[in-house]
Ligand binder design. Structure first.
Ligand code: SAM
Length: 262
């Protein structure tokens, strides 16, 4: 019986799980970190490929017997960690090069992604790639361009540190039980270095203030930063009558650098 609180919507069609696994690209010689393997549909597709091994983190102990069977079928290549992925430094599991591949539980997809992005900000080499299934609305927020409806804090952080690509959608009917929403797979390739210099904590402060009042002009929405917004905006060469959703990632970085200098 699927547990709703754990976002349990399983993909059991091996053709589909193989298609998700293929989005990760060549995995030969790499460790794969899978979050929420459930009964192991995606895990099996990953193990069929040439990855070094799969380290799968699952919170629901009821999934462990099915995963133990899979581990026996692929000796030495599947390690199951029972636990809460939100409470673990999953980007340090196994050894580099490592990629994350996961059909994420909807309720913790965004905090997990933010955790991986923060880990990449500290160590760009910790993950070689991420292939993640989210509810479509979250996927659109990851890949959104400036000026678009879904552009916000998540797009800035994700695109500052990675190159994300929307791969394909999966209809609710493909899952057991079917969720209420469409899902989308996103593949993110970490940049060798962030798109522009900035300190993560300051970039997060600036985007939180700017998008916290996204309908307001920046000269108003940036007031909560504790610095005169007019000075910050002038130093970054940004017109104070603009709104958050029109700013490029480089412009947010310029504001974050200004906050540091102030
Ligand atoms: N990978 C499987 C598939 O594609 O069929 C299952 C995906 S299902 C959307 C999400 C899985 O994540 C469930 O097995 C659930 O028990 C597990 N899960 C939920 N919250 C978790 C957490 N915080 N840490 C680890 N696993 C979690």
């Amino acid at each position: 019986m699927a547990a709703k609180g754990l976002g349990q919507h399983f993909l059991l069609d091996l053709n589909l799980t193989r298609r998700v696994a293929r989005q990760a690209g060549a995995l030969a010689g790499q460790d794969v970190i899978e979050i929420g393997p459930g009964p192991g549909g995606l895990t099996r597709a990953l193990l069929e490929g040439p990855c070094r091994r799969v380290i799968a983190v699952e919170k629901d102990p009821r999934c462990l017997p099915a995963l133990a069977e899979l581990a026996a079928a692929y000796p030495g290549r599947l390690e199951v960690v029972e636990g809460d992925a939100l409470a673990l430094p999953t980007w340090t599991l196994g050894s580099a090069p490592r990629q994350v591949v996961a059909n994420l539980p909807y309720n913790v997809g965004t905090p997990l992604l933010v955790g991986w992005l923060e880990a990449l900000a500290a160590d760009p080499g910790c993950l070689a790639g991420l292939t993640l299934m989210f509810q479509k609305e979250v996927a659109l927020r990851v890949v959104a361009a400036p000026g678009s409806e879904h552009y916000g804090r998540l797009a800035v952080l994700a695109q500052w540190l990675t190159l994300p690509r929307l791969c394909f959608d999966i209809a609710p009917s493909a899952f057991v039980p079917p969720p209420k929403v469409v899902s989308s797979v996103v593949h993110l390739v970490p940049r060798a270095a962030p798109l522009a210099p900035a300190r993560l904590a300051l970039l997060e402060r600036v985007t939180a203030a700017a998008f916290g009042q996204r309908r307001k002009m920046l000269r108003q929405s940036l007031k909560g930063l504790g610095r005169d917004p007019a000075i910050l905006l002038a130093a970054a060469g940004i017109d104070g009558t603009r709104r958050a959703e029109t700013l490029s990632i480089e412009e947010f970085c310029a504001l974050a650098r200004g906050l540091e200098a102030a």
